[in-house]
Ligand binder design. Structure first.
Ligand code: FAD
Length: 164
């Protein structure tokens, strides 16, 4: 299989800090997967643990994505920063990040609680609600999935200033 690079060099984001900025600010991850050659994708809310270099999301313990990821942990992911329509251009402004990854369901309850805590820190602004939800989380019902990412690529369409 050939190795691909961002074709539009004028739109490639090469600064790792800018890529991490997108990862930190955004909350939604689209995960592409395949099982026996049949593709599937889901969108989830994620938290990124910079120290462990790992993405986490929570999920029901059963369902199609769980079966897919357990059968084949190789995934391809996208994070999108949607900057909206660029008036008069029939074009859309965005920054996005892609990466390959390996997914696995976290069996260690300490790591799972850590991941839920990161997710709550990211998503829930009320500290009292964060504490309550974390206290109520039942790891027999909630699955936590970890994705260890490979190399990131970044791309942007900043709008007309970049020459379209
Ligand atoms: C913004 C956003 C954030 C989300 N955050 C999370 C999250 O953090 N964790 C999480 O587990 N899920 C999240 N979801 C829901 C997620 O995208 C899946 O719908 C869900 O995880 C169920 O996936 P499954 O494969 O187990 O579904 P199943 O119910 O097992 O899938 C069976 C079939 O249902 C259909 N289906 C499944 N999901 C969808 C869907 N979203 N829309 C239309 N058809 C669908 C598919 O055709 C699939 O073949 C989020 C969705 C959105 C849009």
């Amino acid at each position: 299989m050939p190795e691909y690079h961002v074709l539009r060099k004028d739109r490639e984001i090469v600064d790792p800090d800018e890529i991490m900025d997108i990862v930190r600010r955004q909350a939604i991850l689209t995960i592409g997967m395949a099982w026996e050659g049949v593709p599937y994708l889901v969108t989830v809310n994620y938290a990124y643990d910079a120290r462990r270099k790992a993405f986490y999301f929570h999920s029901a313990r059963a369902g199609k994505k769980v079966d897919y990821l357990e059968a084949n942990p190789s995934v391809w992911c996208q994070i999108l920063e949607d900057r909206g329509y660029i008036a008069g251009t029939c074009d859309w402004s965005y920054r996005s990040v892609h990466f390959p990854g390996t997914a696995r369901f976290v069996r260690d309850s300490q790591e799972a609680r850590h991941a839920l805590s990161l997710l709550l820190d990211k998503l829930e602004p009320d500290p009292g609600v964060r504490r309550r939800l974390l206290g109520e989380a039942d790891l027999r019902e909630v699955a936590v999935c970890r994705i260890d990412p490979g190399p990131f690529t970044g791309k942007e369409n900043p709008g007309p200033t970049a020459g379209g």
